[in-house]
Design a protein around this ligand. Structure first.
Ligand SMILES: Cc1ncc(COP(=O)(O)O)c(C=O)c1O
Length: 390
């Protein structure tokens, strides 16, 4: 979980400093702000930490996805491939951009099944959004190879994996652009907030313009005289959010290191149960470590174990607790908006994903788990598995 667990006086002081400056807005008011530009500073520090040349802060992860799609030139008539296991925002953003979502199955990584990817590409495909779910990298080597072969743009949805990496490189730096979320459940939190990373200056400039009513950001004129370079909207981040983000960014790797250590202990202790298998990780070293996912032989056993754990006060993270928001097979409210799936029932569309997800339990891993907390999780999960003769 990281982010909110690490909030202390540092964040409070950073907010206080912005409040005392009285400039809460990222632009203009130059005479009042003493040269302090927190959003700008956060963008630069975030880009440097991730290893990306360009960053644009925005108001949420959902906004980051839409701004990213717009910056990549995605629009009506385009198809965008993403995966069945994601938060609903990924598909909402594709629809909001006017494009048609094409939803791929996930495999035992619970991320995009790259074996199925190429069969979904058509003449209308414009982009792929791999989603790094629950802190774990999608197989970016295969995805980038396929995208390059078919000349498709890649927008990484890195909302759930800020700070994680794949083969030594931070997630969000593989694609043409990436979207991050800093909402309250994320490894780096600003309450609400997000970031777009871009590989090229052209994509960054389009993201910057679209997120701010189409502003051209002409440095030779004041904001009031700045011309519009195109259509846009308001997805700006505030100075307060950015001030918190700068402090949280400095804590990110420490939080991830603790999570990884805590996760390794729990995983090791549960590995004696032969009837469970752990989620396959394309790069175990890069895992953010904020949850431990294992699969049971069938969905009935999974439902039973989740209920038994809940009765003992052990919650789950998304699987199965919030699966309604994280699996396209539950989205009858928006499937009718997707041209490709008109007239179909969501629950019948992604059977392989339904099988993997229906058998998965995700245990949340906290940064601040002491010996007693780790022991409690291991004991309760272990004893319930034993009672179920697993
Ligand atoms: C995979 C994924 N994408 C996008 C988002 C949207 O982020 P936000 O809540 O900041 O709008 C989330 C948030 O949970 C997410 O998990």
């Amino acid at each position: 979980m990281a982010g909110f667990e690490l909030i202390d006086d540092e964040e409070r002081h950073a907010v206080d400093a912005v409040m005392r400056s009285t400039v809460l807005f990222a632009h203009g008011f130059d005479g009042m702000r003493n040269g302090v530009f927190k959003v700008r500073e956060f963008e630069q520090e975030f880009a440097a930490k991730m290893g990306s040349p360009w960053a644009q802060a925005v108001s949420s992860g959902t906004a980051a996805l839409l701004v990213g799609l717009k910056a990549l030139g995605v629009g009506p008539g385009d198809e965008v491939i993403t995966q069945s296991h994601t938060f609903v925002a990924t598909v909402e953003a594709i629809l909001a951009a006017g494009a048609s979502p094409v939803i791929a199955e996930v495999d035992d990584t619970l991320n995009l099944d790259t074996a199925a990817l190429e069969s979904l590409i058509t003449a209308r495909t414009r982009a792929i959004i791999p989603v790094h779910m629950l802190g774990v990298a999608a197989d970016m080597a295969s995805i980038m190879r396929i995208a390059e072969r078919h000349k498709l743009a890649v927008l990484e949805d890195t909302a759930q994996a800020v700070g994680a990496s794949f083969r030594g490189r931070r997630l969000g730096t593989f694609g043409d652009a990436a979207a991050f979320s800093f909402d309250h459940g994320k490894a780096l939190t600003t309450g609400e907030g997000g970031m777009v990373l871009a590989r090229t200056e052209a994509v960054y400039r389009r993201a910057r313009s679209f997120h701010d009513h189409g502003h051209a950001y002409d440095p030779s004129v004041s904001r009031a005289d700045d011309p519009a370079s195109g259509f846009g909207f308001n997805y700006r981040m505030s100075e307060i959010q950015a001030a918190i983000g700068i402090v949280q960014l400095a804590k990110l790797d420490r939080g991830i290191a603790r999570q990884r250590a805590n996760k390794a202990r729990i995983k090791e202790a549960l590995s004696r149960f032969n009837s469970i298998r752990f989620r396959r990780l394309p790069d175990p070293d890069g895992d953010a470590g904020d949850c431990l996912v294992f699969m049971l032989p069938d969905s009935a056993a999974t439902t039973e174990l989740a209920a038994r754990l809940a009765a003992k006060g052990i919650g789950t993270k998304n699987l199965p607790s919030a699966i309604n928001w994280h699996f396209a097979g539950r989205w009858d409210h928006i499937v009718p908006r997707m041209p490709l799936y008109q007239g179909r029932k969501a629950s019948e569309l992604w059977p392989r994903s339904a099988d993997w997800l229906g058998r998965s339990i995700a245990l949340p891993i906290m940064v601040k788990m002491d010996e007693a907390a780790i022991g409690r999780v291991v004991d309760i999960v272990g004893s319930e598995l034993t009672r179920m003769r697993m």
